[in-house]
Design a protein. Structure first.
Length: 616
């Protein structure tokens, strides 16, 4: 009888597994601004190392592709070389025996289509066409280009007011972004090469909790230019533009149709995530610059409205930042039944402190984004007996932040994944009684890497409910501007990269009304860019500066260390009210987390590409 031996990983295999994890972390931490050709060569080498070498396409073809790409990077290639690369890659893609060879070649073909100009630039100019101005990964990925390593180091030294001043140089809503920003800056944090990204938003929260924005003085204004700029919309984009224009010496006058300022910060984000008093801190700081505000003022030709023509005659420039405040329909039978409401309608009522009573009701939310999660968690707090989320894809495919989805489920929401809305059932009085959904199965991967749901051969499913909240996106109310001659494309205001509206001298647009619904930080960035371009249009080139002295880096070893996460109130307690649920770090936690920053503004490739001080 032969003896069986239990196989266990040997030291070599364990080391290889660790190296794979290290490689994965390096890929995650890859910053913007890398040469795409060089990056493709690196991926090709990784794929080549995984092949068995039995088939010619992998054994010979991938080796030849590697040599050809090295010729491109070394300046030895010609335009014929590029043609040969493309032909070779397509041949390997069509003839490789296994997925490794196919995927390696497919990746090269896709890249060749995506950045052919970069390949040609290497051949013609002998160098890469990529010239990243901000190679600091977190700064490059922040739409507003905030000096993130700078304020992290200030928080680490407990200089909270200075941290707020530095943030406000590029973002006049430090409190808003500390509480609700989606933190794209963390996506490529180089700390991931060691363990995991720095909790950047958490450290910003530490700064604004210890130095409230309305207690930190704004910078001194430039001398008055005598110019006046009309800002249409009092949301994050419009108020950001107004703030910077006032600092530049131009007088900003904001026209807001609602009874309070804040836009979607007030009318789109519930109090448990962003308390209104914290929003007021940012607003007070912005208004302290001298911004003039007219509330309950709508643009149009009707009675009590002010026309765009009038503003154009009275002001030196106009910035349109009306956001995206209209709802979108599902387009299914029964959606006009009583009890079907839009996310925009619900969140606006909550923003006006007009709280609906959902006591004892069964609610279904349709959608999978952050707005859908806000509606779900708000419905729970409004007393709903049961809340479900109907989403046509899987939980992992939801566009909402994972922590928002997990939070909703922890508070008792039921997730109906792979369930596409089919029709709405109503009783004889027209009141909602159920949502019928069409079960899906997960199918092929689409061009964006998401698995596409396809119809499942099973009966429709009935979800009993009294209220259906539709949260599938927002639209733009641009009719008044279209009637005034403003160019509209696909429902959005047609604006150039500078924000200037087509064929309308002196009129600019930005934020959600120009790009479609996006994040708060993108709206803020659009307002900041618009202010700079309006300033130049008016004949000036003001620069907003900040004289905060940033600490030198700590030279202590950067040993692996866990990431400090912000704690939340217990789910059973927080779901009972709209009181804030997220808790701030302690000073001990903040100092430890700030110490994890690698200070890419001072060290690494970033130090050779312009450093910290950003101009816009």
């Amino acid at each position: 009888m032969s003896r069986l031996k239990v196989e266990t990983p040997d030291r070599v295999q364990l080391t290889v597994e660790k190296l794979y994890k290290d490689l994965e972390r390096h890929i995650i931490a890859s910053p913007p601004g890398l040469c795409p050709v060089d990056l493709q060569l690196s991926f090709l080498k990784v794929c080549q190392a995984q092949t068995c070498g039995k088939c010619v396409p992998c054994r010979v073809g991938l080796t030849q592709l590697q040599h050809l790409l090295e010729d491109v990077l070394s300046g030895k290639a010609t335009m014929k070389t590029l043609a040969l690369i493309e032909k070779t890659a397509k041949n390997i893609e069509a003839s490789a025996d296994c997925a490794i060879g196919y995927e390696a070649a497919h990746m090269l073909v896709a890249g060749f289509d995506g950045f052919r100009e970069d390949y040609e630039h290497h051949v013609k100019e002998g160098c890469c066409s990529v010239h990243a101005q901000h190679a600091i990964p977190c700064v490059a990925l922040c739409p507003a280009k905030v000096d993130i390593p700078g304020y992290i180091s200030l928080v680490g030294e407990k200089r909270y007011a200075d941290a707020v001043r530095l943030i406000r140089k590029d973002n006049p809503f430090p409190t808003a972004c500390a509480l609700i920003c989606e933190h794209p800056c963390e996506a490529r944090c180089r700390r991931s090469m060691i363990d995991v990204s720095v909790n950047i938003r958490g450290l910003k929260r530490m700064a604004v909790d210890h130095a409230h924005a309305d207690t930190v003085p704004v910078p001194e204004k430039c001398e008055s230019t005598g110019k006046k700029v009309a800002i249409i919309g009092g949301g994050p984009s419009g108020l950001s533009a107004a703030y910077y224009l006032e600092l530049m010496g131009h007088h900003a006058v904001v026209f807001e149709e609602k009874k309070k300022l804040g836009g979607m910060l007030r009318y789109g984000i519930p109090n448990y995530r962003f308390p209104r008093e914290r929003l007021d801190e940012d607003l007070q700081a912005i208004l302290s610059t001298g911004v003039e505000v007219h509330l309950n003022t709508r643009i149009g030709e009707g009675e009590g409205e002010i026309s765009l023509k009038t503003l154009n005659n009275e002001y030196d420039a106009i910035y349109i930042a009306i956001g995206a405040h209209t709802d979108k329909k599902i387009g299914i039978e029964g959606e006009n039944a009583k009890g079907v409401i839009s996310a925009v309608e619900l969140l606006k009522r909550i923003g006006d402190d007009d709280m609906p009573d959902f006591t004892g009701k069964e609610v279904v939310v349709v959608g999978g984004g952050n707005v859908a999660m806000d509606c779900t968690r708000s419905a729970i707090r409004l007393g709903a007996k049961k809340v479900g989320i109907a989403y046509r894809r899987r939980q992992k495919d939801m566009t909402a932040l994972p922590e928002e989805v997990e939070g909703a489920i922890a508070e008792g929401a039921e997730l109906y994944g792979l369930k596409a809305p089919h029709h709405i059932e109503a009783d004889e009085n027209g009141n909602v009684t159920a949502l019928w959904v069409e079960p899906q199965i997960i199918g092929p991967i689409d061009a964006w890497g998401r698995a596409r749901p396809i119809h499942a051969d099973v009966p429709l499913m009935r979800i009993p409910c009294d209220i259906i909240i539709v949260a599938i996106g927002q639209g733009i109310d641009s009719k008044a501007f279209e009637d005034a001659g403003i160019s509209i494309q696909r429902g959005a205001i047609a604006a150039a990269m500078t924000g200037e509206v087509q064929n309308a001298g002196g009129i600019f647009a930005g934020g959600d009304c120009a790009t479609g619904p996006a994040t708060v930080i993108r709206a803020i960035a659009a307002g900041k860019v618009a202010a700079a371009n309006i300033d130049e249009y008016l004949g000036y080139k003001h620069i907003i500066s900040c004289d905060v002295q940033i600490p030198e880096p700590d030279l202590a070893d950067k040993v692996p260390c866990g990431k400090v996460q912000l704690a939340e109130e217990e789910a059973g307690i927080r779901k009972q009210s709209f009181e804030p649920m997220e808790l701030c770090m302690s000073e001990q936690e903040a100092c430890q987390e700030a110490g994890r920053c690698l200070r890419c503004d001072k060290y690494g490739f970033s130090a050779l590409k312009g450093g910290r001080r950003l101009r816009w």
